[in-house]
Design a protein around this ligand. Structure first.
Ligand code: NAD
Length: 372
């Protein structure tokens, strides 16, 4: 067992034994996490220097196993700013036109693609062709066919393809998964996932189908899709879905505003989810089993995540999601570590197949079978 898991286990046990305040738990987490590390460091180029890229890069300052060493951007002023903030040498700076040249740069191990969704496919394929590991933001692509091409390209180039599913490393989420796997909640019967926010600026790329590939489902609904899978612990076998649109000016053809969708699982469990760009205060998961329940609110935001089960409050510490994610990705790349919930291209492809099926169900009004 690796030291992080040993540590998390130790910490959980300690938290149960003594009623530490969450702050004390978080502080002790930081101390252990900051123990010296002398293994390999994943040297990462960040592609697309927008809002989430900034969050990732700032979080990576605390990483032990990963470091920002390079940037890829179309905006010279952003490159300059990042060079000074992260001490990036000129030779590690690229544009969207010339980044294929990273193949000749031995100081870069991986490229993290953090651009609008519709660009992910071609950018990841170019990264693979340059012989670098690809880390891609969610959604991995805008449909399953594109996702499959990315998987194939990375396989062919013998590089890893990982997707930024930061919740797969979140301690309270992992504790619920542990309880479920341990049978503490009994047979799982029902999941509910509400994911949404009010989108704001009507000119942003998220509302442009050419760049986003769709609407709320692509961006925020994917958390409920992915969450249903890792909370229930099973793949859905069918989906039904209904779309509602209150503003056709902002949410043009092909850009969904609100979709309600339902899943059925082979075990008999069902899920009921809501994805929306039309309202705030929607960040909630609820999982119900024969013997007990778990609920999280907020469930997928940047945290602190809060949750409780039928046994009481979840007290695992808040960790910066992107810091842990990048350190874990380094272990996956260097040590072939298998995360509890996968974050590879195949995992992301399942979400894309479900998104395709949700759009089809909206169109046909019927139940769409899923083969994941
Ligand atoms: P953003 O608009 O803040 O940044 C996008 C970046 O892409 C900008 O720097 C922009 O200049 C660049 N870009 C390159 N080519 C572009 C083009 N043709 N049109 C528009 N912009 C272009 O967006 P963001 O919020 O950082 O989202 C980027 C990606 O990260 C998306 O795929 C999104 O789903 C994902 N994301 C993930 C999380 C998460 O928690 N995992 C959170 C936010 C965003």
């Amino acid at each position: 067992m690796n030291s992080r898991r040993k540590f998390l286990q130790k910490l959980t046990t300690a938290a149960i034994a003594i009623q530490f305040s969450p702050d004390i738990i978080a502080a002790s987490y930081k101390n252990v996490y900051n123990e010296p590390y002398d293994g390999p460091v994943l040297r990462v180029a960040i592609m697309g220097l927008g809002s989430y890229a900034n969050r990732v890069a700032e979080a990576m300052r605390d990483c032990k196993k990963a470091k920002v060493v390079s940037v890829i951007s179309g905006t010279p002023s952003k490159i300059k700013d990042w060079q000074s903030r992260f001490n990036i040498p000129e030779k590690n700076c690229y544009t969207y036109d010339n980044f294929d040249q990273i193949k000749d740069n031995p100081d870069i191990d991986a490229v993290y693609v953090i651009t609008p969704n519709a660009l992910h496919r071609s950018q990841v394929i170019r990264v693979a062709k340059a012989g670098k590991h690809a880390i891609c933001e969610k959604p991995m692509a805008i449909n399953a066919a594109e996702g499959q091409q990315m998987i194939d390209a990375c396989k062919k180039a013998n590089v890893k393809l990982l997707v930024g599913y930061r919740m797969h490393f979140e301690p309270k989420t992992l504790e619920i998964i542990r309880m479920r796997n341990n049978g503490e909640m009994g047979k799982i019967l029902f999941f509910q996932g509400w994911c949404g926010f009010a989108i704001g600026d009507p000119t942003q790329w998220r509302l442009n189908k050419q760049l986003s590939g769709g609407g709320s489902i692509m961006d925020i609904g994917i958390y409920a899709i992915n969450g249903a899978r890792y909370m229930v612990g099973e793949e859905p076998i069918w989906v039904t879905a209904t779309e509602t649109k209150t503003n056709k000016e902002i949410f043009k053809e092909g850009v969904d505003e609100t979709i309600q969708f339902q899943f059925g699982f082979a075990s008999g469990a069902v899920a009921s989810c809501l994805s929306t760009y039309a309202m705030n205060n929607l960040d909630r998961f609820f999982l119900n089993g024969e013997k007990g329940y778990a609920e999280m609110q907020p469930s997928t935001g940047y945290g602190p995540i809060q949750g409780r089960t039928f046994k009481g409050e979840l007290t695992q510490p808040h960790v910066t999601h992107q810091t842990v994610q990048m350190d874990e990705m380094a272990s996956i790349i260097f040590e072939n570590k298998q995360p509890i919930v996968p974050i590879n291209g195949e995992e992301a492809l399942k979400d894309l197949k479900i998104i395709d099926a949700i759009y089809l169900a909206v169109k046909t009004g019927g139940k769409v079978k899923l083969k994941l």
